[in-house]
Design a protein around this ligand. Sequence first.
Ligand code: UDP
Length: 383
Amino acid sequence: MAKPRVLFVCHTGAISGAELVLVDLVQPWAGESALLFENGPLAPALAAKGLKVTVSRWGQGLTQVRRDSSILKVIPLVGRLFGIVLETIAAARRHDVVYANSQKAFVLSALAVSVARRPLIWHLHDIISSVHFGAMQRRVQVTLANLFASRVVVPSKACADAFIAEGGKQPLVVVVPNGLDIAPEALSPAQIRQQLQLPEGPLVGVFSRLAAWKGQHVVLQALARTPGVSCIIAGDAMFGEQAYAAKLNQMVIDLDLGDRVHFLGRRSDVPRLMRAVDAVVHPSIDPEPFGRTLVEAMLAGVPVIATDAGAASDILQAGRAGTLVPPGDADALAAAIINIMSKPPELAAQLNYAEARAKSHYGAAQMLRAIAGVIDDASGARA
Ligand code: UDP
């Protein structure tokens, strides 16, 4: 059977974890197409992988509609959404399979394939629950999935369970863990710190976009309880979280952490920065659908402290490959940081185990194989 022609659809042009996964997984699909509803750095990133990228005429500003918006706020946008659906129908007709990389992309693609009659894969990067989605949104997404999706790809059991709990059909679901392929860092931690002018002494790092549910504020609270420990925070406010970023800056002043906390903004050298710190902290207060940063830290050979919610427990194998603390618990996080800084004897074995686990379970090649299988199955389902 000839390789199917695939149309990748994405609602945003910004690059957060879900879009980094997309950039990784389109690798074998050079020559295929991507339709983005909004322009942004994702367009050149996909073009660099050989995709033909089209940006919608109608989608600019669409991400300003929050995921938990009421249906009333969405109504004025209906004309533009209709325009995007028409564009997607036209593009879908030139391809064998439509691959939607987000829930907004999926909803509009579902409407499009109901007309264009193409198999539709939904790569669901989120945990569908009341934490991030309104009741109406959850119902619409799951109903459309049950009606129009050939497969729903999720990165973790936590995502699969949530989809099924909301009424999603279990046979649609395929768990494909995110896979990463990161070249080992040649420089030593001391060299990196010097090169990047990072603080000396005990240092932890947080590597996520700034968002309340990502929990950077809990790290600041923990730092107030761990004198002498500095922290770098990489990432910026992406989806309307500027007020949270301002709150973090105010907390640094209020807690007198100005000389120990360093906001680096969004960085493109995360693996190198991770290698330079004594521990990577992943402090999400709501369940993580996956958490690429966990795997990146495991591959970098750096201790990970993560909150025990969502996929983190699976990835860190219930604490064998890292330290798990309760979400939102600054005391527990502070205790975990102090423990790592004391370099406990069991740490070396844990780091070796974590690195081996990251390579065996979360490699890019595995993800690419699995996704190719899903696309092949879906295109066969069309015949
Ligand atoms: N990241 C980055 N630059 C930054 C902060 C984060 O490139 O300044 C990357 C990080 O290395 C990871 C991704 O953003 O690959 C975040 O993915 P994750 O699954 O942890 O979170 P998401 O954004 O999907 O919720």
